[in-house]
Ligand binder design. Structure first.
Ligand SMILES: [Zn+2]
Length: 76
């Protein structure tokens, strides 16, 4: 099961920086919390979850951990 972190930007757009990170299942454009992700939004490895300077979406985190409790499995 593969996931990707995707950025949500605030009203200032990408140049204003990332507002919050969401978790998205590979190949989908909707975050696990239900939010639509901009196709051009920045992406990060799922292992960066919780270690970014910006906030991570609390709802995405809860769903993600339930679906993929063992992060090392992402690297097999
Ligand atoms: Zn989210």
């Amino acid at each position: 099961m593969l996931h990707q972190m995707r950025a949500e930007y605030g009203s200032g757009g990408p140049s204003a920086g990332v507002k919050i990170w969401h978790m998205v299942r590979e190949g989908e454009q909707t975050a696990m919390c239900g939010r639509e992700i901009d196709p051009g939004a920045a992406a990060k490895e799922p292992t960066d979850w919780g270690s970014t300077a910006e906030l991570c979406c609390h709802t995405c985190g809860a769903v993600f951990l339930r679906e993929a409790p063992y992060l090392p499995a992402e690297h097999q």
